[in-house]
Unconditional design. Sequence first.
Length: 326
Amino acid sequence: MLIFRGGNWPEHRSWCAATVLATVAATAWYVAEGLRSGQWTWPSGSSAPGFAFGVVGGLIIVFEMLLWVRKKYRVVRIGRAMHWMKAHIWLGLLTLPLMVLHSGFRWWDVPLSGALMMLFLVVIASGIWGLVLQQILPTVMLEELPAETIRSQIDYILGQYLAEARRIVRITCGKEGDLIGSAVDGPAGGREDQSFLVIGAVRTTGRVQGKVLQTAQVTPVPNSEPLLTFFDKHIVPFLEAKQISGRSLASAKRADALFRDLKTSLDPRTHPVVDSLADLCDQRRQFARQARLHGWLHGWLLVHLPVSVAMFVLMIIHVFYALRYF
């Protein structure tokens, strides 16, 4: 959820102010309790403010866990998802001062309390980290990845691109006979005209980025064997690789140099094909970066969710023993 972008801050401002005021009020009550006897003593979790902070913080954590139920059962409309997320963020942040004050800054005295506090801090830290990533990465992906597509469709799209690239390379190199029996269906369901090159390429016009189709006639060009060799040696492994790091075309600078060298050994009539292949490799690099950023954008949940569940279970045990010996 974006907080400071897209005009969202006014909707979060009241939540932020309420969180700050609640923190100040809780701290003031805690300090007043500590000074009540005339000499400072650390109020414990069994003191009036400590107990109140524990109850309120615990109820907030129960609410925080209900977000998972709200997301899992979307057909049950209990409030807008946006309101749930805002409450999840700001109430979750409020639990940090509440739980620290509830512990009386002595959570390490009891192993159970210490373990619970450690899990709680991991949950808070991972949640803040995820929130920061959500403020940064979507903008980075929008600005730096004009070829961005649906994450789950990357492999399928690359397969289509590879088939199209293989077709035009073999036609250019006079190997169109190898394509017999492997016709590509066009939009109308018929065989696509193999005399035209059609590959998606990313272009920018002003501040608008998007994918356009390059269309150029493809005809056999004599002495184009270096193109086929380059394609099989560099491009095919690059497009098929699950991880492109370490590949010859993984670096944009090195790829540009390789494609320039390739052009010097080919007839100028093949250069549009080479340029299209270079664009295709650039899209592959963007897809790889997209997958990496996508992993960062959602990977924090692999820590946040399981640790939250463990913390919740431990909190229930903590409440049971605390009430038993209260």
